[in-house]
Design a protein around this ligand. Sequence first.
Ligand SMILES: Nc1ncnc2c1ncn2[C@@H]1O[C@H](COP(=O)(O)OP(=O)(O)O)[C@@H](O)[C@H]1O
Ligand SMILES: [Mg+2]
Length: 153
Amino acid sequence: MHKEFLSPSTYATLKFGKQLARLLKPKDIICLLGDLGCGKTVLTKGIAQGLGFGKNAVSSPTFTFLNVYEGKKDLYHFDLYRIESDRELAGIGVEDFLYGQGICVVEWADKLGAFMPKECLKIVITHKAGEKRHMTFYGHGDRGCAILEMIKV
Ligand SMILES: Nc1ncnc2c1ncn2[C@@H]1O[C@H](COP(=O)(O)OP(=O)(O)O)[C@@H](O)[C@H]1O
Ligand SMILES: [Mg+2]
């Protein structure tokens, strides 16, 4: 089972992220997959806004693989663009955060390799013409499927 959403604009992706945030609870993991510029960070910003973080809270970290936002529900924002191996992931203690108390949003989740969580919502984003972005949602494990079920598209 999967669901799909065609976002017509940056604003629509932000808005979708805000709505998605309402479905999330601590320890949930959202895995984002898609090329550079497809809107992973925009979606993460929407999620952050939905969790009550300020409009400018989320940046696109070039040299940090993780940003932690502490709030009513904590948000761990991973950007694994520069990660090259499972060894490197192990070295930075990725599991401590992945299975910590926060809600995890992982950009470039394909880089998780052997650390790919069994329970997560996976979102594959692709570029379409102009500002259009196509998102496909897949639920993995009980919780991933439960989130998928709740998503309204
Ligand atoms: N429908 C859309 N959804 C998300 N971003 C969009 C959309 N249309 C255009 N964009 C633009 O595409 C870029 C996406 O950038 P970003 O979120 O940083 O990508 P990524 O993190 O996937 O590399 C932004 O400049 C954003 O304004
Ligand atoms: Mg990004």
